[in-house]
Write a protein that binds this ligand. Structure first.
Ligand code: CDP
Length: 225
């Protein structure tokens, strides 16, 4: 398709990527793909099977048994079951970065991500979208915020969803995941050379959305979905 827009949004945990990506996609009337939800769904399956998430080959052996589907309405399905809520459990968050560091699992999920993006305009968020999954993206955003700010945001989000946690445990989880995500060998978390950095520490969601829409309009002008 001509005039295809690919917008990649990467960054550390709880930087507000998915909230912003969803709103930007809605505004542009294009598809949003949450790649973190896929790693979370795989992790949930590993845990349901009673397998140690740090046992790489046992986790990778499950690849053929895992079917993940992201519904256009935002729900996440694991082998036909809606797991949208379960994948946000802090127990899943605590293990997901191990699963996401296994190359075979990444390759399987990246295949799915590229297939989902297909030949349409998309907003995709994750850790390696601009560097590895869709390096041809027209626009690459790297969204950051201080770890303290991110912890407060995720803590409040969890409370509003009825997910039990403490501010300290949330901050600890973010630091732990960021460390593993940015130190893994294959497709680690890092800004693409041609990415635009947005520090959202002192910005509202609406301000970030507007900033990204501004970048989109400036960079691709009259692009149509
Ligand atoms: O929403 P939050 O920032 O907590 O994380 P997420 O986007 O749901 O991603 C959960 C985890 O999946 C991350 O901590 C990474 O370990 C992994 N992930 C990844 O490795 N690559 C991606 N493209 C997306 C997520």
């Amino acid at each position: 398709m001509k005039n295809k827009l690919i917008l990649a949004i990467d960054g550390p945990a709880a930087a507000g990527k998915s909230t912003v990506a969803k709103l930007v996609a809605k505004k542009l009337n294009i598809t949003y793909i949450d790649t973190g939800a896929m790693y979370r769904a795989f992790t949930l399956f590993v845990m349901q099977k009673g397998i140690d998430p740090q046992h790489q080959s046992a986790c990778e052996a499950l690849i053929p048994q895992v079917k993940i589907l992201l519904a256009p309405t935002g729900e996440v399905y694991l082998n036909g079951i809606d797991v949208s809520k379960d994948i946000r459990d802090p127990k899943v968050s605590a293990q997901v970065s191990y699963i996401a560091s296994y190359k075979a699992i990444r390759l399987a999920l990246v295949d799915l991500q590229r297939h989902m993006a297909g030949n349409q305009s998309v907003v995709m968020d994750g850790r390696d979208i601009g560097t590895y999954v869709l390096p041809e993206a027209n626009i690459k955003i790297f969204q950051i915020a201080s770890v303290e700010t991110r912890a407060v945001r995720r803590y409040e989000e969890n409370l509003s969803k009825g997910i039990a946690c403490t501010l300290e445990s949330v901050e600890e989880d973010l630091r732990h995941r960021d460390y593993i995500d940015s130190h893994r060998d294959f497709a680690p978390l890092k800004p693409a050379n041609d990415s635009i950095l947005i520090d959202t520490s002192f910005m509202s969601v609406q301000e970030v959305v507007e900033r990204i829409l501004e970048i989109v309009h400036k960079k691709v002008g009259l692009i149509h979905a």
